[in-house]
Design a binder for this molecule. Structure first.
Ligand SMILES: *Cc1c(COP(=O)(O)O)cnc(C)c1O
Length: 402
């Protein structure tokens, strides 16, 4: 341990490069601890986190109340498997029902597993309830989507890099341009069981659909008896200034997929929320997960949701997001294409590669990550203060306008 602790940035990076797989290209900052919106590297340098682990730490790093729930539950019982019941799962399911209005929840671990669960539920609903002929179920998705990294999920990705070398792919998906209701209408057939969409596309670069698209999509789904499924793994739980991003258009999905901030970053917890008609297609033994719904995960998620509500983080996201966005819209540079966002989820689109700007921001004490090639995503924990936003803005201005 003593040896490890004395290792500094360069040595740690070399170790990771040598012994770890290279499936990421991280910024060269080695984080050792974090609190709220701030992270500290092994040299003791402090940074404002403007990524928030892709919105998994909306509640702020190491939130004390979530930490307390984690520690207390760890001493009681952490894993029972679903072969037995535990005293935390029912309370999490009830809380998710109260917050979302959905009848029931099915807990999983990673976001991708929850998306897989939604795909399985939609298909089974298609066969058992809608009456689609066996093996014919189709799911419509959008171009530039991001729903995770499993083979089935990348089977409906339009990003060549995500697919390259990973085939053969899972059939049964149709892609329409994001935001195009007319194309959605054309894509739907009597064999369509679901339309899966991110209400705002995060990984694509904080891309908002045209106004009215979600409403039209929801209506088309209703008219053709197709499940309207919102992947709120990144857009949900306060990030956009609403608890769920679909609320911006007043629609009601048939299925909601949540993850990331559901645990405030302490633990992988995800869930599918839906009606009894949809989740009811799963009978004992049809689907499951050893860790899904475990008492530690549920205790953490309960505390993470409670913190979000009690500390009015959704309201903060709306107010402070509007404040931050208005400031960022005053930036001037010929390299700047567009500044857009909703809540504390802001994309700064450049005409040039965003990576060097993220490197420059790191030197100025701000951590953010380029999204695809040209967008800097600004998504700090929702506990950020106005003063911290002012502090960040001065540095972003310096980096963009220099
Ligand atoms: C992150 C993300 C996922 C995948 O979640 P993992 O926990 O990384 O598997 C799925 N959908 C969206 C919209 C995401 O942002």
């Amino acid at each position: 341990m003593a040896v490890m602790e004395s290792l500094q940035t360069k040595e740690l990076i070399e170790l990771e490069e040598k012994y770890g797989a290279h499936n990421y290209h991280p910024l060269d900052v080695v984080i050792e601890r974090a609190e709220g919106v701030w992270v500290y590297d092994v040299e003791g340098k402090k940074y404002l986190d403007c990524l928030a682990a892709y919105s998994a730490v909306n509640q702020g790093h190491c939130h004390p109340k979530i930490l307390k729930a984690l520690l207390e539950q760890s001493k009681k019982v952490t894993l029972t498997s679903r072969a037995f019941r535990n005293d935390q799962l029912p309370l999490l399911c009830e809380q998710l029902h109260q917050l979302s209005g959905m009848d029931a929840a099915l807990p999983m671990n990673s976001g991708a597993e929850a998306v897989e669960t939604a795909v399985k539920a939609a298909r089974k609903w298609g066969y058992k309830v809608k009456g689609i002929p066996e093996g014919k179920a189709e799911i419509v998705v959008c171009s530039n989507n991001f729903h995770g990294r499993t083979v089935t999920i990348i089977s409906f990705s339009t990003d060549e890099q995500y697919r390259d070398g990973f085939g053969p792919f899972t059939p049964g998906f149709k892609v329409i341009p994001f935001g195009d209701a007319k194309e959605l209408k054309h894509a739907i057939t009597s064999n369509t069981c679901a339309f899966i969409v991110e209400p705002i596309q995060g990984e694509a670069g904080i891309v908002m659909p045209p106004d009215g698209f979600l409403k039209e999509a929801a209506q088309l789904c209703r008219d053709h008896r197709v499940l309207f499924v919102c992947d709120e793994i990144q857009s949900g739980l306060g990030r956009t200034g609403k608890l769920f991003a679909y609320e911006h258009e007043g629609v009601k999905p048939d299925m909601i997929i949540v993850g990331k901030a559901l645990s405030g970053g302490f633990y992988p917890v995800s869930a599918v929320l839906a009606s009894k008609e949809v989740l009811g297609v799963f009978k004992p033994g049809d689907h499951g997960s050893t860790f899904g719904g475990n008492p530690l995960a549920c205790a953490v998620a309960r505390a993470a949701l409670t913190a979000l509500v009690d500390e009015k983080m959704v309201e903060r996201s709306a107010e402070l997001g509007a404040y931050f966005l208005a400031k960022l819209k005053t930036l001037k540079s010929d390299k700047l294409k567009e500044v857009r966002g909703r809540g504390l989820w802001i994309g700064i689109e450049l005409t040039v590669q965003a990576r060097p700007y993220c490197e420059a921001l790191k030197e100025l004490g701000i951590l953010c990550k380029e999204t695809h090639d040209h967008v800097i995503r600004i998504a700090p924990p929702l506990v950020i203060t106005k003063e911290e936003i002012d502090w960040a803005f001065e540095r972003i201005k310096q980096a963009i306008e220099k």
